[in-house]
Design a protein around this ligand. Structure first.
Ligand SMILES: *Cc1c(COP(=O)(O)O)cnc(C)c1O
Length: 484
């Protein structure tokens, strides 16, 4: 295997195309391109033959790791297998080849799909209506915060400038609240790893716009006091935002709307059958209860008799959140997935996700330190803290050792409230054999940490790139080739 870049395969004069002989008089380029936009010298493009290009990219593809290549227990990210039939459906020309500027009567099918997907997601979450416009979970959070703002502007309650976020929250939560102009205040977790009701009470006031929560929280624990928390926030005049990125913990079991939440975002690219990674593609629909419907983004899709129409007549709307109607390919996959699974199937998926996580937790907790020893939901968090003290082996070393075993590492160093955190989410799509294999590998790594820590610190040794300098890679990444 070569580790060369395409630029380094360069061989002067080699090309991957063939044009017929020119049979008309040549014209100088300056006749077509004038003035300052013309290049001064030829672009330094790789000169390679077609076969070099094919081999180069095929080799790169074989080096990349995804769910289709192996187990990927990346906590919080829900990297699960996604049925290929949903890819097929999304590529139907009736969906893939239409244009967002076509007139409404020519895209009735797509409008119906948007309407019905919104309706299904509202049912799954216990909300009333929503928007499919946001392109990611964080974009959904931003939309939700804009809804908070618009609501308090309408009620005239403009001194509500604070948003509460628990210490265990996903990093995007405080970021979304902050970028929307709110001041973020942290609510502490208690010894159970759950939101401390006492801490919450101390923060509540007539300056609080609301709270952003996820349930189960990022420790994979169900917030048992959620009904009381919702009542406290509502009684203080605030709203509740639900981070529903990880809906596959509770689908068909409980609904955020019934817990008292006013707004939620979902990550269709986690729970609802779109493979993701490297930043996309995503979709972060936002669903709301009655109170917030008037503020939803436009255009909204409405049904009038047998016709679907785009409706922009919302005087209190926060406006558009995306150029058109959202990431349609992702939405089509989600709708196909929901229809294929049915309500029983979605419920079963959540049950399996929770069962798989608890099975792995039980197999590993006698060896690795379990941060909060409780029944978990779809994920759980181990800590390498004691291991680090005893053998000098950190969560990072464990993650690197997994790479040599052909397993994608779990999420490490998140959530922040657990030292040396290792957050594991097996998902519902893995078999008992795969879970057992992973557990065996984890136990083997622990044994090696004890017997031969130096060897672990050198991992990975079987990957194309060995241990990198994490700080340099984050602070001074070299992301492009520069010709000498
Ligand atoms: C993934 C995730 C997000 C952010 O979603 P993006 O699509 O990456 O913006 C937010 N909250 C939780 C709990 C998540 O797991």
């Amino acid at each position: 295997m070569s580790n060369k870049l395409i630029f380094e395969l360069y061989s002067e004069g080699r090309v991957g195309y063939r044009f017929p002989e020119q049979d008309v008089p040549a014209k100088p380029v300056s006749e077509f391109i004038s003035g300052g936009v013309k290049r001064e010298k030829a672009a330094s493009l790789p000169q390679v033959a077609e076969i070099d290009v094919i081999r180069h990219y095929t080799e790169l593809a074989s080096k990349s790791f995804g769910v289709d290549a192996g187990f990927y227990p990346l906590g919080s990210c829900t990297m699960k297998y996604n049925p290929k039939i949903n890819e097929d459906v999304a590529s139907f020309p009736e969906f893939a080849d239409i244009h967002p500027l076509q007139s409404e009567e020519t895209v009735q099918g797509m409008l119906e799909l948007i309407y019905k997907t919104t309706e299904s997601l509202a049912e799954i979450t216990g909300m009333k209506w929503g928007t499919l416009q946001p392109f990611a979970g964080a974009h959904g959070e931003y939309t939700g915060m804009k809804l908070f703002k618009a609501y308090f502007k309408k009620t005239g309650d403009t001194k509500r400038t604070k948003v509460l976020v628990p210490t265990s929250a996903h990093g995007t939560n405080p970021a979304s609240a902050h970028i929307s102009g709110f001041d973020v205040e942290e609510v502490q977790a208690d010894e159970r790893g759950l939101v401390s009701v006492e801490s919450l009470k101390e923060h509540l006031s007539d300056e609080v716009a609301g709270i952003m929560l996820t349930n189960p929280n990022t420790l994979g624990l169900f917030e048992k006091d959620i009904v009381e928390i919702a009542k406290l926030v509502h009684d203080a005049g605030g709203l509740l935002y639900y981070d529903g990125a990880n809906m596959n913990a509770i689908m068909g079991k409980v609904r955020p709307g019934d817990m008292g939440f006013d707004v939620i975002h979902l990550n269709l690219h986690k729970t609802f059958s779109t493979p993701h990674g490297g930043g996309g593609p995503g979709s972060g629909p936002v669903l709301v209860g009655d109170k917030l419907i008037p503020f939803l983004p436009v255009p909204d899709v409405k049904k009038e008799g047998d016709t679907y129409v785009l409706d922009c007549s919302k005087p209190d709307t926060i406006g558009r959140i995306s150029g058109f109607y959202g990431n349609i390919g992702v939405i089509v996959r989600a709708y196909a997935y929901i229809l294929a699974m049915g309500s029983d199937g979605l419920k079963k998926a959540s049950e399996m996700a929770v069962l798989n996580a608890n099975y792995l937790k039980e197999r590993l907790k006698a060896t690795y330190h379990l941060a909060y020893d409780n029944t978990c939901m779809h994920e759980f968090v181990l800590s390498a803290e004691t291991m680090k003290e005893e053998f000098g082996v950190s969560a990072l070393d464990v993650a690197k050792a997994l790479l040599d075993k052909g397993i994608h590492p779990m999420t490490i160093y998140f959530p922040l409230i657990v030292h040396e955190a290792m957050m594991i989410e097996p998902t519902e799509t893995e078999s008992k054999q795969t879970l057992d294999h992973f557990a065996d590998v984890m136990l083997e790594i622990y044994k090696k940490a004890k017997d031969n820590p130096e060897q672990l610190k050198a991992a990975p040794v079987l990957t194309p790139v060995k241990r990198i300098d994490e700080v340099q890679a984050a602070k001074k990444p070299v992301l492009r080739w520069i010709s000498e």
